[in-house]
Every structure is written in structure tokens, then in C-alpha cells.
Design a protein around this ligand. Structure first.
Ligand code: DQA
Length: 147
């Protein structure tokens, strides 16, 4: 049974709350993970993982092939560079939602292109940490576990 939602965060997001707070806000990654966990009904698990290393994120996406029903991913800067993360997501059959804290489309042009968007079922940008909760709520509705 696939009963786990994977919450993946890429490079530099371990510094959330300290790193460029004028762009990314003051909430921490722990705040994000607890807010997401609080939304889950009994029987659904959250597997939260952050890494600054592309290969570690790819290994975790592969692990999600076993027990993951959905992936919420903020790939950080790998969004704009990583064909390898796109390929890994293409090998995953569940729901994929891409989240960005900032509105990447309002920023430098190199942030306007996302490899991950070629696979994502939904993309949320610019809502700060609320974007992660919106992604989880959407997944719960898709899975029919929101009542
Ligand atoms: C980000 C946007 C990326 O362009 C950037 O490299 C990040 C964070 C966001 O959440 O807004 O690290 O994914």
C-alpha cells in the first residue's frame, strides 16, 4: 500500500528562516514539516527529507516508488538545472506537486524555467510556507482522504 506523502526540500532550504528572510520568510523547515504533518489524517504518513545533494534527493524519489502516494517537492536551485531529478520523478507514478516559497516568475529569468514542471501535476509559487499546506490539502482531496 502506498500510504506515505514525501515532502522533499532541496539545497539551502535547511537554512529556511535564516536565509534571505525578505524573500523566503522567517518560518523554519521544522515549521513547514509540522504544519504539513498536522494536516494528515490517520493512516497517512509524512516522510520529510531535505538535502543539499542532488543524488540524495534522487535516491529518496526512488524510495518513494515503493511506498509513496505523492511527492511534494521544492527542489530549490535544482529546479532550474536538474534533468536527473526530472528523470527520477518521471519514474514515480503518484501525484507530484512542485512548491516554491517565492514567486520565481517575478525573479531573475534563470528562475523562470523549471525542469520539474515538466512532470509536476501542480505548481505552487509565491505563497510562502502556505504553499506546502496547499499542496498537502490538494493531495488529500485527490486521494479522497479529506473528509
Ligand atoms: C526556491 C526558488 C529557487 O529559485 C531557489 O533557488 C530556491 C528556493 C523557492 O522556494 O522559492 O532555493 O525554490
Amino acid at each position: 500500500m502506498s500510504e506515505t506523502i514525501y515532502l522533499l526540500n532541496g539545497p539551502n532550504l535547511n537554512l529556511l528562516g535564516q536565509r534571505q528572510p525578505e524573500i523566503y520568510g522567517y518560518d523554519t523547515l521544522d515549521d513547514v514539516e509540522s504544519a504539513c504533518r498536522a494536516l494528515l489524517p490517520d493512516g497517512l504518513e509524512l516522510m520529510a527529507f531535505q538535502s543539499n545533494h542532488e543524488g540524495a534527493l534522487i535516491d529518496t524519489i526512488h524510495a518513494a516508488r515503493q511506498d509513496g502516494c505523492a511527492i511534494v517537492i521544492n527542489p530549490g536551485a535544482f529546479t532550474h538545472t536538474s534533468v536527473a531529478i526530472l528523470d527520477a520523478l518521471n519514474a514515480f507514478e503518484g501525484i507530484v506537486i512542485e512548491v516554491h516559497l517565492s514567486n520565481v516568475h517575478k525573479r531573475e529569468t534563470f528562475r523562470h524555467h523549471s525542469y520539474v514542471s515538466l512532470r509536476a501535476d501542480g505548481v505552487i509559487a509565491g505563497l510562502g510556507i502556505e504553499g506546502y499546506a496547499a499542496a498537502i490539502r490538494h493531495i488529500l482531496r485527490q486521494l479522497g482522504t479529506d473528509d
